[in-house]
Design a protein around this ligand. Structure first.
Ligand code: HEM
Length: 273
């Protein structure tokens, strides 16, 4: 079943009867399957609650304002080459060494579950770099959840050229062009798979006026891009801070006074960092 209405999407996301599709539990150590069996994202019930608490505690150590400042500086230092910046800045804030190409190699199959020797090798290498402490899985989860979603948000925001502030642009991009376009659940009672179409829910005319129109002047909207209910994104503030920092460096300030230094142009997104 595909859900496209906002109210139904919220109801499913808030109901513990619906859980993420189960992942295999028998993968060899230090492979993608091994990692997916250990993260909050694909677990449910008390296991999920415990893993999520560890993530929230770790996130509480990170200051979104500092992430934004650092993302802006890092983008400027790299001459506007922003790909990889959010992940680099996040890894530095967590105090871990996690080269972007390795995170990228794992991120490719992290949500889909598509296993490959390259993804398995990258998991093993990252786990080796992060060490054996209790926070390894927590930190890996944060880096993997952050990587593609945050870069997707930045890339989608850069397609809009309106002379609007960074916050308004990000807010409306999240609603209108979400980087994650769908999320899945399984009905624990029946086994039925449910796809929640986030693009459609975010443009539900029952909730959003002129839903197809991109309008960076909208106030805060109840978009579902950061999820809802039992397991919403615990890092929406961090994601917004990382994206805003990159955009601070790339986008002209909308009300820059005449004669102020020229802003850096928005560079075309690169495929690799
Ligand atoms: C624009 C960027 C981002 C978007 C749109 C986004 C969106 C989401 C959504 C929709 C979920 C829930 C998935 C579901 O219910 O099926 C989620 C979960 C999660 N996100 Fe984000 N996210 C973003 C960035 C980040 C960042 C930067 C971090 C970490 C610093 C992060 C950490 C997490 C974690 C750990 C979970 C799993 C939570 C759980 O299992 O309960 N996300 N994210």
């Amino acid at each position: 079943m595909v859900i496209t209405r906002h109210a139904e999407a919220r109801a499913v996301l808030a109901d513990t009867r619906y859980v993420p599709p189960p992942v295999r539990q028998d993968a060899p150590p230090y492979t993608l399957g091994w990692l997916r069996a250990r993260v909050s994202r694909f677990s449910s019930g008390e296991t999920h609650a415990e893993r999520r608490r560890a993530l929230e505690d770790r996130l509480a150590e990170l200051d979104p304002a500092a992430l934004r400042r650092r993302a802006r500086e890092a983008t400027l230092e790299r001459g506007g080459e922003w790909r990889g910046v959010p992940t680099r800045v996040l890894a530095a804030a967590l105090g871990v060494r996690a080269p972007v190409p390795l995170v990228e190699a794992v991120a490719a199959g992290y949500l889909s579950g598509e296993e490959s020797p390259a993804a398995d090798a990258a998991v093993a290498e990252l786990a080796g770099l992060l060490g054996d402490g209790p926070s390894v899985i927590t930190d890996l989860t944060l880096l993997l959840q952050a990587h593609a979603a945050t870069e997707g948000l930045i890339a989608n925001t850069l397609t809009h050229r309106e002379p609007a502030g960074v916050e308004g642009l990000l807010r409306e991009t999240l609603r209108h062009d979400p980087p994650l376009r769908a999320t899945r659940r399984v009905d624990r009672a029946t086994g039925e798979e449910i796809v929640i179409d986030l693009v459609a829910a975010n443009r539900d005319p029952a909730v959003f006026a002129e839903p197809e129109r991109f309008d960076a002047a909208r106030d805060e909207t109840p978009h579902l891009t950061f999820g809802h209910g039992v397991r919403p994104c615990p890092a929406s503030a961090h994601a917004l801070a990382l994206a805003a920092g990159v955009l601070d460096a790339l986008r002209p300030a909308p009300t820059a006074p005449a004669g102020s230094p020229a802003p850096m142009p928005a560079s075309a997104p690169k495929e690799n960092s």
